[in-house]
Design a protein around this ligand. Structure first.
Ligand SMILES: [Zn+2]
Length: 446
């Protein structure tokens, strides 16, 4: 079924076996209907009532499926999907200095970013992700790719001290970021943000400029922070203080700051994060792969810090599968806290949906299946033998499923993934994306 033909009056009904609305918390609804009209959720009610209230409306039956809010990837560098598997099994600074940054300087341009972002969009849609916080060079190419394909994104323009293919200097990055925000200000699916790369690659002056511009535009700041112990040691040697303290003293800590990784946190820093309402984007697979350390997720959650989950790039993961990432987040939280009670299945799904929406400032619009919110949805098929018997569909979703079981995805009420394999984006041609990826592979490693 396609909703392409719906008009202002008639929508469509989705009848899965289970619905997890995320809000209200901790519930799984059986045999309910989600009713969509236009780009929004119109109703959520028992299937028997929906038949009477909306007679003749088309019905999408999803037997043995669990319907959830579209997953929100809180941290990615989508274009780096073209570097998936390019440099693995290396420590962070070796990986960055000797492999990733040299190849980026040699090859990255507008086309690389557009093609890489399209490759990532195909993977995200096919695994149930409907929104991503993405940061990379050429954010104009990123924004164009998301807009062309009907995909929701926070497009975070990078700021970094050194010259690269996109910009000459810190100030040049900021000027180019502002121009990009202007160009895409009327795109409803694109939300702008600044992404100063990290404390070790941005000056105090750069952070102050970003702080002032972000305040003026009322947009978020997305920052890698306390990713490794080495980052802390370097900062103490060079500045005498830990990076988080420096960011605090520069006046950047607020509910507009999105911090990524946060594997090195003492109790005093957790108090600062709590008091200033800073958000944390936790990237468990990337932290494990680069041996960066462990984010104290349970401690943060018990302090009421908003923790969301991101994949980081496919070059340090090596996939963008949010269901796998939520499983890692739940398991790692239990291991780090030495408590099997840490991050249960409901909390894990909240981290991948409503918590991501809160971080992006979009919690009034996405992140849960509530009447009036935008229809960003994913349906996961639990009919296969490896999910049986289904004692608890949410446990099966978090602990047994991967993105491969996602069969349907809607963004803004548009049915973008149908029957698992048909990606119905406006401009996305999967054969062309694959051919472009192969061309880039040949350029990256001739
Ligand atoms: Zn990152």
């Amino acid at each position: 079924m396609s909703n392409d033909k719906h008009d202002d009056l008639t929508g469509f009904i989705i009848n899965p076996t289970w619905i997890v609305p995320v809000i209200p918390k901790d519930i799984v609804l059986n045999n309910h209907s989600l009713v969509i009209r236009g780009d929004k959720i119109l109703d959520l009610l028992p299937q028997a009532e929906a038949i009477l209230k909306y007679p003749h409306w088309p019905v999408q039956k999803l037997p043995q499926h669990i319907l959830i809010p579209g997953l929100i990837n809180a941290h990615g560098h989508s274009a780096m999907s073209l570097l998936r598997g390019y440099a693995d099994d290396l420590e962070l600074m070796d990986w960055l200095n000797n492999h990733i940054w040299p190849i980026e300087n040699a090859l990255v341009d507008y086309d690389f970013v557009y093609d890489g972002t399209c490759l990532a969009i195909a993977e995200m849609i096919s695994t149930g992700t409907t929104c991503v916080a993405d940061s990379y060079f050429f954010p104009d190419a990123m924004a164009r790719a998301y807009s062309d394909n009907g995909f929701r994104a926070q497009v975070s323009a990078p700021v970094i001290q050194f010259k690269n293919a996109w910009a000459e200097s810190e100030t040049d990055h900021i000027q180019k970021a502002l121009a990009t925000f202007d160009d895409f200000q009327h795109e409803p699916l694109i939300n702008p943000a600044f992404a100063p790369h990290a404390p070790y690659t941005v000056s105090n002056k750069g952070f102050e400029q970003i702080r002032d511009e972000a305040e003026r535009l009322d947009i978020p700041i997305h920052l890698h922070l306390h990713e490794t112990a080495a980052e802390i040691e370097l900062a103490i040697r060079e500045t005498g203080i830990r990076p988080l303290q420096r960011i605090f003293e520069l006046g950047l800590m607020s509910d507009k700051l999105q911090t990524v990784h946060m594997t090195q946190l003492n109790d005093q820093e957790i108090k600062i994060i709590t008091d200033t309402q800073v958000h944390v984007a936790h990237c468990p697979d990337s932290n494990l792969k680069l041996a960066s350390g462990f984010c104290p997720v349970s401690k943060l959650i018990s302090s009421d810090v908003n923790v969301s989950v991101g994949t980081d790039s496919a070059a340090s993961n090596n996939n963008l599968d949010m269901l796998s990432e939520l499983r890692s987040a739940a398991l790692l939280a239990k291991g780090v806290a030495k408590s099997a009670l840490s991050v249960n299945a409901h909390q894990a799904l909240a981290m991948g949906t409503i918590n991501g929406a809160k971080m992006l400032g979009l919690e009034q619009h996405i992140g849960s299946l509530e009447v009036g919110k935008l229809a960003d949805l994913a349906a996961v098929d639990l009919s296969a033998h490896n999910f049986q018997p289904i004692h608890n569909p949410l446990s099966q979703l978090i602990y047994s499923a991967t993105g491969h079981q996602v069969t349907e995805v809607w963004i803004n009420g548009q049915h973008l993934l149908q029957n698992k394999s048909q990606i119905k984006c406006l401009k996305l041609d999967i054969d062309r994306i694959l051919a472009n990826s192969q061309q880039w592979r040949n350029k990256i490693k001739p």
